[in-house]
Design a protein around this ligand. Structure first.
Ligand code: HEM
Length: 509
């Protein structure tokens, strides 16, 4: 074959291959960037993404912790009230301005009443819980559930909380040091199980407590994080992969506990108790609507009770448990603060004959400030999630369409020196009456604000106060040399968590 012929044949062969490769690259580029003008089209500022499919994320972001990733996104809109972010190819509105935060979470709530967590109800019995409900069913069940946390009900729970604090102290007396997260989790598990569900979970006393075992499985690994992330960002993928809120053994456990508790209550006569479990039972009996979809409306059933027992148990023990551990850490790291708190607690308890009561807790104002600052420095949820339900005009004219996800990066706001100078410092005086009165409502968001605020926020504050007050009244706390200082945070956990154990030495006072 002559040279010309060979060249001609090669070009003939190569031409379709080159065309195919060019076509694939063009298609890949087109699909990976076709959404990138979404924010510009809707009049919202955004930073131009560099790579197809990655959106505004960068490869260098991947090793970052969740908290640092959120801070990076927040910082990328410095000087603006909000900005359009491309999370991979998905447009998400990120809000910075406290005025706009208050509008979205409070005054214009009707546009943003949904959280946007996806669930696969047909094959996930635990999905019908308050955190995952949106739209009319959420509006219908939320006030009934919140009523179980009214201030008069909370007052009656304090003696129960204090009994568990006494059991905690008894366990502590057997050891010279403690694992703060373990201790705090066990206290919160027993308090939530008893006060809300009338169940004795025996987490503090019984090393083989089934509730403690299942609690560890709920947030162990990344099951919940992946479920929330994929469901929020890519609901279709979530449905296709039949993702569930919890692993199957956890689902089985809460269904079984619900069934047993229902039988027990039936045998006792339902009207005996007035706790949260009873609220759920009443909602089942009055056939409250808890879901509306294409298949019509669904009423509260036994799965609805199991789903909310699961979610209130999980949300209840883990968030408060972590804050309890962070407070112990801060007290052990700061002896002066610890002594001031102990003096206050002992003085007030003496006045009330060592009886823990709502009034006594109210007089512990330094404790109040410490709990508030712990919730500032350790914003457990890191982000408040919303989904736009009704088209919304931003103050500068930008349009937010229904279906668009909204993220309020509370952890980054809590570390913005504009709101909290020297943000790494644990400083209870940020919550003096004077400082509190000057703070913008939209810059302190540990529990959210507005109609979708954490329904149990006062319950959480009370249990934390009882736990911390009793411990400092009996023990001097010092950090064990094995505890990392400064504290390192877990890079990937769904909730803000310490990376390693917080071990604290105990000395009786
Ligand atoms: C220090 C402890 C706690 C913190 C920091 C915390 C924080 C939060 C936050 C930030 C939200 C989202 C609010 C929003 O989207 O606007 C939330 C919602 C929720 N929390 Fe808490 N929480 C705590 C304790 C508890 C406890 C003890 C329970 C139950 C016993 C609980 C149950 C819930 C539930 C069910 C929701 C969903 C409410 C809804 O969607 O209507 N939380 N919490």
């Amino acid at each position: 074959m002559c040279k010309e012929q060979w060249l001609f044949d090669s070009v003939l062969w190569l031409l379709p291959v080159i065309t195919l490769i060019t076509g694939i690259i063009t298609l890949f580029y087109f699909l990976g960037t076709k959404n990138y003008n979404y924010w510009t089209k809707h009049g919202v500022f955004s930073n131009t993404p560099r790579w197809p499919f990655l959106g505004n994320l960068r490869i260098s972001d991947l090793p970052k912790s969740n908290r640092d990733l959120i801070k990076g996104i927040y910082d990328s809109f410095e000087g603006r009230g909000c900005g359009g972010f491309y999370f991979l190819t998905k447009p998400v509105l990120v809000v910075r301005d406290p005025d706009l935060i208050v509008s979205i979470l409070v005054s214009d709530f009707t546009h943003f009443s949904s959280r946007g967590f996806h669930s696969n109800e047909q094959h996930d019995p635990l999905s019908k819980n308050l955190i995952h409900l949106d739209g009319p069913p959420w509006k219908q069940v939320r006030p009934k559930m919140t009523a179980a946390f009214g201030i008069n009900k909370l007052r009656t729970m304090i003696s129960d909380m204090d009994n568990f604090a006494a059991k905690t102290l008894e366990q502590m007396s057997k050891h010279s040091n403690i694992n703060a997260e373990d201790l705090s989790d066990k206290f919160m598990i027993d308090v939530v199980s008893s006060c809300l569900f009338g169940i004795n979970s025996e987490a503090i006393e019984n090393p083989e407590s089934a509730f403690y075992e299942v609690a560890k499985q709920i947030f162990d690994g990344y099951h919940f994080l992946v479920h929330v992330f994929v469901g929020y960002m890519f609901p279709a993928v979530h449905t296709l992969a039949r993702m569930t809120v919890a692993r199957s053994q956890v689902t089985h456990f809460f269904k079984k506990v619900t069934n047993e508790n229902l039988h027990l209550r039936k045998s006792e006569g339902f009207s005996q108790r007035k706790d949260f479990f009873q609220t759920l039972v009443s909602m089942k009996e009055t056939q409250e609507i808890c879901k509306e979809d294409n298949g019509g409306s669904k009423v509260c059933d036994e799965d609805f009770i199991a789903a909310n027992l699961f979610m209130f148990f999980s949300a209840g023990f883990d968030s408060s448990g972590k804050i309890g551990a962070f407070i112990i850490y801060e007290l052990a790291a700061n002896k002066e603060m610890q002594t001031t708190l102990r003096d206050e607690v002992l003085r007030v308890l003496e006045k009330y004959d060592d009886k823990m009561s709502f009034e006594a807790l109210q007089e512990m104002t330094y404790l109040e400030k410490i709990v508030a600052e712990a919730n500032r420095k350790y914003p457990i949820l890191m982000v408040i999630f919303r989904k736009c339900e009704k088209a919304y005009r931003l103050p500068d004219g930008g349009l937010i369409e229904p279906g668009i996800n909204v993220m309020i990066p509370s952890s980054a706001i809590h570390y913005d020196p504009k709101f909290y100078p020297d943000p790494e410092k644990f400083d209870p005086e940020r919550f003096s009456e004077e400082n509190k009165s000057q703070r913008h409502q939209g810059s302190y968001l540990p529990f959210g604000i507005g109609p979708r605020i954490c329904p149990a926020w006062q319950f959480a504050i009370l249990e934390l106060k009882v736990f911390v007050a009793r411990i400092v009244s009996k023990y001097e706390l010092d950090l064990h040399p094995s505890t990392a200082t400064p504290m390192r945070l877990h890079p990937r956990n769904f909730l803000l968590s310490p990376e390693s154990d917080i071990i604290v030495n105990l000395t009786k006072v």
